[in-house]
Ligand binder design. Sequence first.
Ligand SMILES: NC(=O)c1ccc[n+]([C@@H]2O[C@H](COP(=O)([O-])OP(=O)(O)OC[C@H]3O[C@@H](n4cnc5c(N)ncnc54)[C@H](OP(=O)(O)O)[C@@H]3O)[C@@H](O)[C@H]2O)c1
Length: 250
Amino acid sequence: MDPVAIVTGIRRVGYEIAKDLLSKGFNLTVVYKSSKDKVKELQRLAEKKGRKVLALKIDLRDEDPQVIVDETLKTFSRVDALIHLASPYYRTPLSNISKEAFYDHFKPIAEAFYFMALAFYRASMKNEGPIKGRIVAFGDWAVEKTPYRGYSSYFIAKGALHSAVKVLAKEFAPDVLVNCIALGPTLKAEDLSEEEWQKILRNTPLKRPVSLRDVLDLTMFLLRTESMTGEILFLDSGRHIAGSGVGSVG
Ligand SMILES: NC(=O)c1ccc[n+]([C@@H]2O[C@H](COP(=O)([O-])OP(=O)(O)OC[C@H]3O[C@@H](n4cnc5c(N)ncnc54)[C@H](OP(=O)(O)O)[C@@H]3O)[C@@H](O)[C@H]2O)c1
């Protein structure tokens, strides 16, 4: 049977991952909030390749993520992988802190991940073989090293996501493998000027953005590995070894 992956957050990096998975024989459930255009493109591509994309319009701040796994099972009768990229990213300066902005980050990034991963784990237990499923979360290199000033809601949520990866890797072993890609500068965030973006790239030892090819290859590795779990992998053009503080954008 063709493998089935759930991908949340398909606007940019998630879109590239979804396309790659389709070309590698996966059927997909994609979770989106506003990126209907990307859904249509993925569905067109899937049709060409004889695959299927189930699109679920879900705001991960308010909906129970159990529905994502339930709908996936209804459509495909199985689920093999969960790739969680959905994440807001905007400044929350201390002068303008609100519970709303905090939960706007925390719910989709961390809380939804935890409950989605639990639902995924239970569903994948009926899969054959010693490894029942694999989970890949997208974190951020700066959480572990030097969070940017002015983004506290985002970084607290991503920190909880990194913790959830380690905690769940232990809880789900030996059946489901859980890992995290702590991404560095890959695609410019909308709220950054071109000048800020170039400064960020100059502050990476490799002086260039993370390549999408590497993101796709590492994701695929984590969807195939038999012996890695609980890892937070820095894919960041070496930014984490550049030293503390340098390159902060806040
Ligand atoms: N790009 C980088 O350089 C970079 C650097 C470090 C870490 N990362 C991490 O890598 C991942 C992908 O990055 P990206 O740049 O491709 O992200 P992006 O373009 O900013 O897209 C964010 C995605 O999150 C989804 N999303 C946000 N809030 C949501 C909610 N409440 N419910 C459901 N979906 C929600 C959006 O859905 P809709 O589009 O459907 O609204 C969108 O697809 C993210 O986790 C990001 O934090 C990226």
